[in-house]
Design a protein. Structure first.
Length: 467
C-alpha cells in the first residue's frame, strides 16, 4: 500500500524525530496525519488550494502536532504557493519551518536547497545563488549538501547567461564533482554544467575533459535521452574543433558499434567520413561515405547527403566523369524543385553520356535489404530508394508506384509526391511538365469531372516511362 503523503514528506526531508509510538498511535497523531493527507490532496486542485493552506496553518499552530507533522505542513505550504507561482510566500513558508525546527542541520540544508530551486523557478537567479551560498557558509563540512549547493549555484549562474560568470559557473560545478564523487547523478549534473559553461565560452580545451567524462555510460545514463545524443555529438565536435581528428574518428566508430537506433548509427558513420574530409584525406573520405550505404543499407535518410559529398569530392579532385555520375544520382533523388531545375539545366545533357557509377558492394547490400523488407507502402518506398541510389530509375519508379498504390491515410500525399518528384523525374531526366503527372495522380484517367469518356479525360503519363 502506498505510504500517505505526510510520511513520504518526512522521509524525504528528514524531519526531527518525535517520540516512539505503538503501532496503533495516539488519536491526535492519526488525526493530524489524516488532515495532512487531505491537505496534500486538496493542494493538487487549484480550487481547493485555499483549504490546503488553511489546514497546514492549523497544523503548524497546533500543540498536538509533532515536529515531523509541522515540517510536512510547512513543506506542503511551500509546494502549494509554488504551484500558485507565489514564490516569495513559498520561500517564507520554508523560513518559518527553519525557525520552528532550529538546530536540525540536515533539515536546514534540504530547506536551503529547496529555496534555491524555488528562487530559480522564479527567475531570481542571483538570489538563488546567494541562498545556496548561505548553506555552504553554515555547513562547510557537509560534503553532499555543499556539493549539491554548488551544482545549483552553477545552474543559476548559467541561467543568468552572462559571459563573465561562465568561468565561475564552471569552477563551482567542478568543485561539486570533486566533493561527492560517488554520487553519479550529482557528478553527471556537475559535468553537464561544466560542459555548458565551457561551450558557451567557446573554450573547447575546458569542455573536452568534461565531455570525455560525461559520455561515460554511468554518467550519460543520468541525462535525458535527447541530451545523451546531443552530448555524444558535442564530444565529437569538440575533438574536431581541437583538430584531434584521430580521436574523434575513434570515438564515432565506437559509438556507431554500440548504437541501437539504426538512423543514429548511420549518422555516426557519416561523422567518420566528415572528419576525413575535414582533414583533406579525400580518397579515404570517399570510402567512408560509400560505407554509409553498405554498412547501413536499411536507412535512407542520410543517403542524399553522403552521395552529394561523394560528388563534391570527385569534383574537387578534377574527376569530372565520376563527379557527374555521382551527381546524377543526387539530382534524381532530390525533392527541391528549384535546385533540381537549376542543376539539371547545367549538367543534364552530358549526364547521358556517362551513365551511372558501378557500386557492386552497394548493390549486394541493397539486394539483401530488399529481401528483408516487407510488402507495405513504406517497404516499397524503401525499395525505390535502393534503386535510385544504384542508378536504376525505372525500377525505382515501379516501386514508387507500388508504394502509392498501397498507401493509406496520411501516407497518400508523401507517396504521391515521391512517385512524381523523384520517380517520374528521374526517368525523364528533367522536371519540366510534371504538372501532368500530378493531375493524373489527383484525378485519375477520368479527369477532374470524374466521368470517363468526356473531354477532360487524362492520358496516363507514367506508362510511356516504363517501356
Amino acid at each position: 500500500m502506498k505510504a500517505p503523503w505526510s510520511l513520504m514528506v518526512v522521509l524525504a526531508l528528514g524531519a526531527p524525530a518525535g517520540p516512539a509510538w505503538s503501532a496503533e498511535g495516539p488519536p491526535a497523531e492519526k488525526s493530524v496525519a489524516a488532515r495532512l493527507d487531505r491537505a496534500a490532496e486538496a493542494g493538487q486542485r487549484r480550487e481547493q488550494q485555499a483549504e490546503a493552506l488553511k489546514i497546514c496553518e492549523e497544523i503548524v499552530a497546533s500543540a498536538q502536532a509533532e515536529p515531523k507533522d509541522k515540517v510536512a505542513a510547512f513543506t506542503l505550504m511551500a509546494d502549494v504557493y509554488r504551484r500558485q507561482e507565489k514564490f516569495g510566500d513559498a520561500v517564507a513558508a520554508l523560513d518559518r519551518m527553519l525557525k520552528a525546527t532550529a538546530g536540525d542541520a540536515a533539515l536546514e540544508q534540504k530547506a536551503y536547497l529547496l529555496q534555491g530551486d524555488i528562487l530559480h523557478q522564479a527567475k531570481k537567479y542571483t538570489e538563488a545563488a546567494a541562498r545556496l551560498r548561505e548553506l555552504i557558509a553554515r555547513h562547510p563540512d557537509s560534503k553532499p549538501g555543499v556539493a549539491e549547493a554548488r551544482v545549483k549555484i552553477a545552474q543559476a549562474l548559467l541561467s543568468i547567461n552572462q559571459k563573465p560568470l561562465l568561468t565561475e559557473a564552471y569552477d563551482e560545478a567542478a568543485k561539486a564533482a570533486d566533493l561527492d564523487p560517488l554520487n553519479d547523478k550529482l557528478v553527471a549534473d556537475a559535468l553537464y554544467s561544466m560542459v555548458e559553461a565551457a561551450w558557451r565560452a567557446d573554450d573547447m580545451a575546458k569542455a573536452a575533459p568534461a565531455l570525455a567524462r560525461l559520455v561515460d555510460a554511468k554518467y550519460l545514463g543520468k541525462r535525458d535521452s535527447w541530451q545523451q545524443v546531443d552530448l555524444r555529438s558535442r564530444h565529437g565536435q569538440c575533438l574536431r574543433r581541437l583538430k584531434e581528428f584521430d580521436e574523434a574518428r575513434a570515438y564515432y566508430a565506437a559509438v556507431e558499434k554500440i548504437e541501437t537506433e539504426p538512423r543514429q548509427a548511420a549518422y555516426w558513420g557519416v561523422q567518420v567520413a566528415e572528419t576525413l574530409a575535414e582533414e583533406g584525406r579525400d580518397d579515404e573520405a570517399l570510402k567512408a561515405y560509400e560505407r554509409v550505404f553498405v554498412a547501413h543499407p536499411d536507412v535512407t535518410d542520410l543517403w542524399y547527403g553522403a552521395q552529394r559529398k561523394i560528388a563534391e569530392i570527385h569534383l574537387k579532385k578534377g574527376r569530372f566523369e565520376e563527379a557527374l555520375k555521382a551527381a546524377r544520382i543526387c539530382l534524381e533523388a532530390a525533392r527541391d524543385e528549384a535546385a533540381v531545375a537549376e542543376n539539371i539545366r547545367t549538367i543534364a545533357d552530358p549526364l547521358e553520356a556517362y551513365g551511372y557509377p558501378a557500386c557492386p558492394e552497394r548493390e549486394k547490400a541493397f539486394e539483401e535489404a530488399r529481401r528483408r523488407a516487407g510488402d507495405d507502402a513504406k517497404s516499397m518506398r524503401f525499395r525505390a530508394f535502393t534503386y535510385i541510389y544504384t542508378g536504376k530509375p525505372k525500377e525505382a519508379l515501379r516501386c514508387f508506384m507500388e508504394a502509392f498504390a498501397r498507401a493509406g491515410g496520411d501516407e497518400f500525399q508523401a507517396m504521391g509526391q515521391d512517385m512524381v518528384l523523384i520517380g517520374a523525374r528521374a526517368v525523364r531526366g528533367n522536371p519540366a511538365g510534371l504538372e501532368a503527372f500530378f493531375q493524373f495522380v489527383n484525378y485519375g484517367p477520368a479527369g477532374p469531372d470524374g466521368k470517363p469518356g468526356t473531354a477532360d479525360d487524362l492520358a496516363d503519363p507514367f506508362a510511356p516511362l516504363l517501356k
